[in-house]
Write a protein that binds this ligand. Structure first.
Ligand SMILES: Cc1cc2nc3c(=O)[nH]c(=O)nc-3n(C[C@H](O)[C@H](O)[C@H](O)COP(=O)(O)OP(=O)(O)OC[C@H]3O[C@@H](n4cnc5c(N)ncnc54)[C@H](O)[C@@H]3O)c2cc1C
Length: 306
């Protein structure tokens, strides 16, 4: 980005912009090269202004939440990264008796799970172990233990690539397994409808599922959650385990010994290391079982052969 474009971008925004920011600081993998510009919007208008600027200047852009489902290339991202977080992280129940909650896209999903469970509202408590934002969760249709965003989301507020703000109904989202039809839109907020119940019971359920998560996955290690989508019939983790790949590593990237569909960064893994492990896993699983594993993790900034 030229100096002229930088100052044109800065002139449009009142929020913070960082140039050359390492994306490793913004991903749960702790991996990723620099973004040309990282915009930290404080309001939907900052998102709209950034997208208008990108459209007019022909600059690439992408949106990140907590970076918990991405692998960013070592070379980084050539363009603007909009990081949806603080400033867009409000959470409020609509009316004292209401079962609808209005949430900002930057709110961490575990906070939504905890706050709603504490109020005795069921429907999001099992998402406590999904360490991303509500915006990323809606976009990915994230879910766990039988709950996902498609089941509770009634309205999604988005900014489109021309910078226009719109509200979409939950039925217009194009939900699929771990994906949605929201490509090229930035989620800035959502309204979720939960089910009033007993606070003690929802809290107990929340604790149970968090414990299960911590006992069964390398939850506290740098990773991106499940790397591959589950194929029909069997889980990706089962296939990778059955291919004797637990502990397989390249550099500091290793197939978790705890859960085979997680590849963890055991120290100073690069994106190239993780890609090399992914390629080896896909090849071995295909050779042994004839199944082609498809990535669930979003690959960012990679070019063919790099
Ligand atoms: C330890 C661990 C456990 C996990 N467990 C689960 C699990 O049980 N179930 C599950 O579904 N996932 C799980 N994940 C993956 C991840 O947490 C979810 O996919 C999460 O919803 C991603 O949210 P994020 O804010 O981190 O998105 P990011 O990783 O920042 O982005 C992911 C994708 O969403 C897009 N995106 C992000 N924010 C927005 C927005 N505001 N508007 C539009 N698009 C956006 C990005 O462009 C990118 O394509 C896990 C990850 C980790 C590290």
């Amino acid at each position: 980005m030229t100096a002229a474009l930088r100052s044109a971008l800065a002139a449009r925004l009142t929020c913070e912009v960082r140039y050359g920011e390492p994306l490793s600081r913004h991903t749960t993998y702790r991996i990723g090269g620099p973004a040309t510009a990282l915009v930290l919007p404080r309001a939907p208008d900052d998102v709209a202004a950034t997208l208008r600027f990108a459209a007019e200047s022909g600059t690439n852009w992408l949106v990140l939440g907590l970076g918990s489902n991405v692998l960013v290339a070592d070379r980084g991202f050539d363009g603007i990264v909009l990081k949806i977080g603080k400033g867009l992280d409000q959470v409020a129940r609509e009316g004292p008796e209401g079962s609808r909650w209005s949430v900002g896209a930057g709110l961490p999903t575990p906070i939504l799970a905890r706050k709603s469970a504490a109020a005795g509202h069921g429907g999001a408590q099992r998402l406590v172990g999904v360490p991303g934002t509500v915006g990323g969760g809606v976009y990915m249709n994230a879910g766990a233990h039988g709950q996902d965003f498609s089941s509770c989301t009634r309205v999604v507020d988005v900014v489109d690539s021309t910078g226009a703000l719109r509200s979409l109904k939950g039925t217009e989202i194009g939900w699929r397994y771990r994906s949605s039809g929201l490509d090229s839109l930035v989620v800035v907020g959502a309204t979720v409808e939960l089910v009033p119940g007993d606070p003690v019971q929802t809290q107990q359920e929340l604790s149970l599922y968090l414990k299960k998560r911590k006992d069964g996955t390398p939850f506290d290690e740098p990773c991106c959650g499940s790397v591959f989508r589950n194929p029909e019939d069997r889980t990706a983790g089962h296939l990778i385990d059955a291919a004797d790949l637990k502990g397989f590593r390249v550099g500091d990237a290793e197939v978790s010994r705890m859960h085979a569909n997680y590849i963890v960064n055991t120290g100073a893994a690069t994106a190239a290391d993780v890609r090399a492990v992914m390629d080896a896993v896909r090849e071995r699983v295909h050779d042994r079982f004839g199944v082609v594993l498809e990535p669930e993790v979003k690959l960012i900034g990679f070019v063919e052969g790099g």
